[in-house]
Ligand binder design. Structure first.
Ligand code: ADP
Length: 700
């Protein structure tokens, strides 16, 4: 397969060497540049990661600072407090002081929870019935019988009133007023009922309760219901607003859901009337404020319920393992709830503060993103093209410094202690990634590298083709030498043999002697023809061939050549015909060259006809040109070979059973000679049927 490599000439060696010398360094340089760009990008990435880490640490240390200060403030302040109401106020105050922290929740020893606005398990109003005297209880039982069993409401009212006259405490009175009001409502005397509930409010005592519910709440709620029945929407609304405020500013225990029930039904009722009545702007502002508070209470209540459900146990059971001042963090990520992140720490148990064991809190994400982080980040020097931002777990942007808007970040680092689902990301000002930053250079060198490789490949392909060609030529040359040697040997041997025979004098017959002389002459002519071919070829090949053009008769030139060859043709067993004009056809020709060209065609016709031995030669004059054609009925030439047979040294591979001898030069020479005469050579051939070679020369 690599046969051709054996024939590498010095020219090719120099060519390949220079190809390698020029291209290899180029390839190496561009490859190294590519690598160094990659390294540069990697270094850059490491650098950006480092910076992102620094930014993250800075933010986290700020959070740590806030958290620590906050914890110390809480512990200090709690130690100074006594009543539960004060605790709630304290939480509200500290919440104001630390805007980055929200939902402060105290966790009591028995699992009670208290936030600034809502509580659970604390603030329970005293049970109402237990405070009644036995006498009062029996009177009330009688009244209840009238009210619920006999449905005798006026009777029931009478008994309740009697009880009222003997009632000793405000608590008892409040309960009785509520009963009377209820009975009036059942009688549909709403005016009277409203009056009765109004009396409870007149006491102005917050600690009174009916059932487990503050008496004022019950009274206001029922009054609003009464006004609803009376269709007095202005009065109803006034009462509802009062109730709403009462509920928001004095939330009570959340257990059992009564508080939330009152809160929700009140806001529901307000909404129900709102669209139908006109509202003043001050009312709007007040309503806005109340709604904010409402929202706070609702979220804090929800948080309390969540804490009761999910974390109290963990905190209480883990309390013993917690170092007193350590702050622990906990993240809840569940499908149905938005991720909740909490921090909590132990409170010191002292006599001043025996109620609470721990405090749970949350960072206010909104505040951090809009206030704290921008403030911290504006103190960080990152270089003018780098902008920091915060991403969430889905890589969506939560905050972008200076509201810069680009997509695609350079690097991102996860928060480690706080907000583990958040990342600090660094952005290039125009939103490019590291790859894009180094992209242009990379593309340039990659292009260069690929280009050089392509040129090298092309060079290799061309070189290989040249090598194959050269090796083919050199193979043909050596074949040519052996062919020519052989061609020379045969006639020489014949000449010698017949010469020696004649010389020895053993041939006496004149006829025989003549025949021998003629053989010697013809063989020497063939020899001359062959040597002429070789010599002419070498002249043509080196560009030194001169033609001796003269005005001459083409017909007689062809005729003489034919005569010289006639014997050989007939001797080889050929039938032979020709047709030529009688008169001379004059053209500017080199007679020897034309004769040689013609003889080449003739000798080919003889050589390549094995079975049907017939040759026809024609010279014909046309209007502008003269035609010399040689036709045989021999082997013929395949279509795809027709173009190549005129190439130097080319021989059609094995067209016959026995490859006749030849040099592969005959047609090359013929073509050259014809073209030197400004003529053309054509061939028509069909394998198995024969060929016709036609020389067309211009007339004078
Ligand atoms: P060669 O010395 O081989 O005859 P030529 O240049 O004269 O060299 O011819 C080239 C090739 O063309 C030959 O090898 C032969 O295969 C083919 N050829 C030429 N003339 C004929 C012909 N008359 N009939 C068939 N094949 C021919």
């Amino acid at each position: 397969m690599f046969e051709f490599l054996k024939h590498i000439t010095p020219r090719i060696k120099i060519l390949s060497l220079s190809l390698i010398l020029i291209l290899l360094p180029g390839a190496i340089i561009s490859y190294l540049s590519l690598k160094s760009i990659q390294e540069k990008a990697d270094n850059q990435r490491v650098k950006y990661h480092g910076t992102a880490n620094l930014v993250r640490d800075k933010l986290e240390s700020e959070l740590y600072q806030i958290e620590t200060n906050f914890r110390n403030t809480i512990i200090d302040s709690l130690l100074k407090l006594e009543s539960v109401a004060d605790h709630q106020l304290l939480l509200q105050r500290i919440n104001m002081e630390y805007p980055s922290i929200k939902n402060l929740t105290l966790l009591g020893n028995k699992g009670e929870l208290i936030t600034g606005f809502a509580s659970s398990g604390l603030n329970k109003p005293p049970g109402s019935k237990s405070n009644l005297s036995s006498e009062m209880s029996s009177i009330i039982s009688r009244a209840e019988k009238e009210e619920f069993i006999n449905k005798n409401y006026p009777g029931a009212i009478g008994i309740y009133r009697k009880a009222l006259s003997v009632a000793t405490s405000l608590q008892e009175k409040a309960i009785l007023h509520a009963r009377i009001g209820r009975s009036y409502f059942k009688l549909q005397s709403y005016d009277k009922g409203i009056l009765e509930y109004g009396k409870i409010l007149e006491y102005g005592e917050e600690s009174l309760s009916i059932g487990n519910i503050p008496a004022t709440v019950v009274a206001l709620y029922q009054k609003a219901e009464g006004y609803k029945e009376l269709n007095e929407s202005q009065d109803r609304k006034k009462i509802l607003m009062e109730l709403y405020q009462r509920l928001l500013y004095h939330p009570w225990d959340l257990q059992g859901g009564e508080y939330l029930f009152y809160l929700n039904s009140t806001i529901g009722a307000i909404r129900e009337i709102e669209p139908s009545s006109t509202i003043s702007s001050s009312e709007v502002a007040q309503m806005e404020q109340l709604k904010n508070l409402d929202e706070k209470i609702v979220t804090q209540s929800e948080l309390i319920l969540f804490l009761e459900d999910r974390i109290i146990e963990e905190v209480i059971s883990g309390l013993n393992h917690l170092a007193s001042s350590e702050i622990k963090h906990r993240t809840f990520t569940e499908q149905l709830i938005p991720t909740i992140e909490l921090g909590y720490f132990l409170l010191p148990t002292t006599t001043q503060q025996p109620l609470f064991r721990a405090l749970v809190f949350q960072f206010d994400e909104g505040y951090l993103l809009t206030q704290l982080f921008p403030q911290v980040l504006s103190t960080v020097e990152l270089g003018k093209d780098i902008v920091p931002g915060i991403l969430n777990e889905n890589d969506s942007l939560l905050y972008f410094h200076n509201n810069h808007q680009v997509s695609g970040y350079l690097v991102a680092e996860n928060f480690s202690q706080y907000f583990s689902r958040w990342k600090v990301a660094l952005f290039e000002r125009s939103g490019k990634s590291i790859e894009q930053l180094t992209g242009r250079e990379r593309h340039l060198y990659l292009g260069l590298f690929i280009g050089i490789l392509a040129v090298m490949l092309l060079g290799i392909v061309i070189l290989a083709r040249v090598m194959i060609h050269e090796s083919e030529v050199s193979r043909m040359k050596s074949e040519f030498v052996s062919n020519v040697t052989h061609e020379l040997k045969t006639p020489l041997a014949l000449i010698r043999m017949f010469g020696e025979t004649l010389d020895s004098g053993i041939v006496n017959e004149e006829k025989k002697r003549k025949e021998f002389y003629s053989i010697i002459r013809k063989e020497s002519e063939r020899l001359t023809h062959l040597i002429n071919n070789v010599l002419d070829f070498s002249k043509i090949d080196t560009g030194k061939k001169d033609y001796n053009f003269e005005e001459a008769d083409l017909v007689s030139t062809i005729r003489q050549s034919l005569e010289a060859y006639r014997f050989h043709i007939r001797d080889s067993g050929f039938e032979f015909d020709y047709k030529m004009p009688e008169e001379p056809v004059m053209a500017s020709i080199d007679k020897d060259a034309i004769s040689q060209a013609f003889l080449n065609l003739l000798s080919n016709a003889v050589k390549y006809s094995e079975e049907r031995k017939y040759i026809y030669v024609e010279v014909r004059k046309e209007s502008q040109s003269v035609i010399v054609s040689v036709k045989d009925h021999g082997a013929g030439i395949a279509k795809e070979e027709l173009k190549k047979i005129f190439d130097k040294f080319y021989r059609v591979p094995n067209p016959m059973k026995k490859q006749p001898r030849g040099s592969g030069l005959g047609l090359t020479l013929t073509k050259h000679i014809v073209e030197a005469h400004k003529g053309k050579i054509e061939v028509e051939s069909e394998p198995g049927k024969g060929s016709r070679f036609t020389i067309r020369l211009p007339l004078l």
